[in-house]
Unconditional design. Structure first.
Length: 325
């Protein structure tokens, strides 16, 4: 079946996940006739959703699960656009079986993530949390023009260990070099024989900062756990803007409590959104900094994401599909 090239029926399943209030969606409106849902299947009347899916030629999802059942109910479906890089929320086998192509968006958030990574590193390395508190109290009672609290250090000459050397890992490495840091890159796995890559154990042992940038797979779930923390420097910083499941959260709490590492900064957790009694978000210490999965979320990054979705749809209509997974 051919798509209605001029005005295909498109359904955006979770528009609100992009925090759309400050974005321009006109670029999407030029390439399709849209039906918008804010939160996916949860906020739609079942009849409305069934009707929309029945007629949809294009589905756009950020995090809504597109199962084999959903795909089977979309009889007119030609294209699934994932409003992200990861496509683990789409049953790719079912899509292929039904002749539906799936595309993602790549490299749209590089600048945003890199800036967030170094915001986290600098906040911890310069002890900005504790010094900000001191400015509101202890500074007024200082004997000197400045207040000396915790020791602070520079990034120049420090070693940054990067685990995951794709688009984001490489961009972080380039900025690190501008700070005068030495950069080490971890091996992909035990079969990685590239001489310029370091074994995980060796990388952890010498790195002053460890930054994670790899996807979450069955093989690297909890790749940073008790034994890894024992290898790290006692003043090392651990940064994770990738996926929460890469770190054993209970082991991290133990490592922080027992000063196995200096500090950690996380933009992702294993459970998102976390429960109100999550041990990490209830941990009160300046050696743990948590942000709510916003490393990617600058306005510019989110607008690039919208623009890329439109480009993916337009390219598909023209018979030259791009970013197909």
């Amino acid at each position: 079946m051919l798509m209605n090239v001029k005005n295909p029926h498109a359904v955006f399943l979770d528009k609100s996940s992009l925090y759309p209030d400050d974005l321009d969606f006109s670029v999407l409106e030029k390439v399709a006739h849209w039906q918008w849902f804010e939160k996916g299947f949860d906020d739609a009347a079942p009849g409305d959703m069934r009707h929309s899916l029945k007629n949809a030629e294009i589905l756009v999802t950020n995090k809504v699960l597109i199962s084999s059942g959903v795909i089977a109910n979309c009889k007119q479906l030609k294209l699934i656009c994932v409003a992200a890089t990861g496509v683990n929320n789409v049953d790719l086998e079912a899509a292929e079986k039904q002749g539906v192509q799936v595309c993602n968006v790549r490299a749209y958030a590089t600048s945003s993530v890199v800036q967030h990574v170094f915001s986290l590193i600098l906040t911890l390395n310069r002890k900005l949390l504790s010094y900000s508190k001191a400015a509101n109290g202890d500074w007024s009672h200082s004997d000197y023009f400045c207040y000396f609290g915790e020791p602070i250090s520079e990034l120049q000459g420090k070693t940054l260990g990067i685990i995951g050397y794709g688009e984001l890992g490489k961009a972080v490495a380039e900025v690190a070099k501008c700070f005068g840091m030495n950069v080490l890159v971890g091996k992909r796995d035990a079969t990685d024989s590239r001489p310029e890559r370091e074994d995980l154990a060796a990388l952890l042992a010498v790195s002053d900062v460890v930054s994670l940038h790899c996807p979450l797979t069955e093989n690297n779930f909890h790749m940073i756990g008790s034994s890894e923390f024992e290898l790290m420097k006692s003043d090392a910083l651990l940064i994770n803007t990738a996926r929460g499941g890469l770190i054993d959260e209970q082991a991290l709490l133990y490592a922080l409590d027992n000063k196995q590492i200096g500090a950690a900064a996380l933009d992702v957790l294993e459970e998102e959104p976390p429960s109100v009694d999550n041990a990490l978000i209830n941990y009160r210490s300046d050696n743990l900094l948590i942000t709510p999965h916003v490393a990617w979320a600058s306005r510019e990054s989110r607008q690039r994401l919208v623009n890329e979705i439109a480009e993916n749809i337009q390219s598909f209509q023209q018979g030259v599909p791009r970013n197909i997974v």
